[in-house]
Design a protein around this ligand. Structure first.
Ligand code: ATP
Ligand code: MG
Length: 411
């Protein structure tokens, strides 16, 4: 991809209304555009990251047997009246007969009801990656809290509690894999059921200075509790699991999984015939990940004074090739790397080296390759690793191997 064709314009200065690191950097780099409080457009660079995160989530959802579909955001009000959630404050109401979805239990339960007749049709898990609308009073942290945002929400249906609980644990593991693949360490926190249910839920949270939540956690074994429910546990207490010292931190909730019991199946009279032919209510779980919030969280977790630092798994491109008036050689390098399957952003713009370097640091693409007259005199190019700042001259004949080794070590 030629950078002169890229739909992105970078800005040296922070937007006047940037309230958070992720909003500032993503906006300055031209990854997103703020439309109004809590509402963002994804521009091509940001969208590439979003798509990669979605793909990781997809692979891990499919691996636990969840099946992907897509439910609408404009939804019939009568479904929500059934569950008593038509008037929850967080929802927008576009007309008296419709509700812009802020969650999708009211859509998925009737869909599953059409599919499931007997215990033989269970378990079933459906998910989609779709916009949600929430009338958030404090939409002031960029992609972390949108009024329109993108969520992966999965819903599972079970014949009995035991089956549900086993699946819930499989999902929890899938969640850990998703966050790890996004370059994040998530902590699992047992919490209340929130708006969804009076049963239990588990939140998955990532350490971040700007986080709105606070947790007591054990870095060693991963034990974590919300400070509101931590009881006597405080910073410095012994971890109840491994007896290392506990610490306290601000954190961002990136995912949440819930035991829904029979709340929604009862509202829609969704029952199945068990092995004895007896009618039983279906037991449900739901599982959310803040997909667009993850984009912001990764920026909060990984940036420096010069810009963003993307983990290779979700970076908008793998390699950023900068040509300092050596377009012909650079073009050949780009073609070779693309041939090898790498995603390459090629800066062939007629800009000063300083501007090119600054934009490259801001974008945070994992590996930068500068092709200049000076380096070519030594048959070399200059390679910089964004995350470590490590810079070295690499012989042209060894570039392919250097790139391969770098990305292989990140697998
Ligand atoms: P929060 O406590 O942050 O308001 P929530 O508990 O209300 O979130 P859930 O209903 O559990 O959110 O939604 C599932 C996931 O969707 C959350 O874990 C979070 O990652 C994401 N999410 C929720 N609200 C927003 C929002 N306004 N903007 C971006 N992502 C969100
Ligand atoms: Mg939650």
């Amino acid at each position: 991809m030629k950078q002169s064709h890229l739909a992105a314009r970078t800005d040296k200065n922070a937007p006047h209304d940037a309230e958070s690191v992720n909003a500032e950097l993503l906006t300055r780099a031209g990854f997103v555009k703020k439309e109004m409080a809590g509402v963002y457009s994804f521009l091509p660079l940001g969208f590439r990251v979003l798509r990669k995160i979605e793909q990781i989530i997809r692979e891990e959802m499919n691996a636990v047997g969840a099946q992907e579909g897509l439910m609408p955001v404009l939804t019939p009000r009568e479904n929500w009246v059934k569950t008593g959630r038509a008037t929850v404050d967080i929802g927008y109401t576009p007309t008296e007969n419709t509700i812009l979805s802020w969650s999708h239990e009211e859509m998925v339960t009737p869909i599953a009801k059409d599919l499931v007749r007997s215990y033989r049709d269970l378990p079933l898990c459906l998910y989609h990656i779709q916009a949600k609308f929430r009338n958030e009073p404090r939409a002031k942290s960029g992609l972390l809290r949108g009024r329109e945002f993108i969520m992966k929400d999965a819903y599972s249906f079970h014949a009995n509690q035991e089956d549900f609980e086993a699946y819930y644990e499989q999902m929890a593991h899938a969640y850990f894999r998703v966050f790890e693949r996004c370059g994040l360490r998530a902590y699992r926190i047992q919490a209340g059921g929130g708006d969804f249910t009076d049963k239990f839920s588990d939140e998955f949270s990532v350490i971040a200075k700007c986080g709105e939540d606070t947790m007591i956690f054990c870095e060693k074994c991963g034990f974590a509790q919300n400070t509101e429910v931590a009881g006597t546990l405080t910073k410095g207490s012994d971890c109840p699991k491994c007896s290392a010292k506990l610490d306290e931190t601000k954190c961002i909730e990136v995912g949440n999984i819930f035991d829904l019991g029979t709340k929604f199946s009862e509202a829609f009279d969704f029952r199945f015939a068990d092995a004895e032919g007896k009618n039983q209510p279906v037991i449900m779980g739901c599982y959310g990940i803040g997909v667009s919030r993850l984009v912001g969280t990764i920026v909060e977790a990984s940036s420096d004074e010069n810009g963003m630092i993307w983990p290779h798994s979700v970076a908008p491109f793998h390699l950023h090739i900068l040509s300092l008036k050596e377009d012909e050689t650079a073009e050949k390098i780009v073609a070779d790397l693309e041939q090898e399957g790498y995603e390459v952003l090629f800066d062939e713009r007629n800009e000063s080296p300083g501007k090119k370097f600054a934009d490259s640091d801001l974008f945070g693409i994992p590996m930068r390759v500068v092709v200049s007259k000076r380096s070519l005199e030594q048959d070399s190019v200059e390679v910089k690793i964004r995350a470590t700042g490590e810079t070295k001259l690499v012989l042209m004949s060894e570039l392919a191997q250097t790139v391969e080794d770098f990305f292989a070590s990140k697998k």
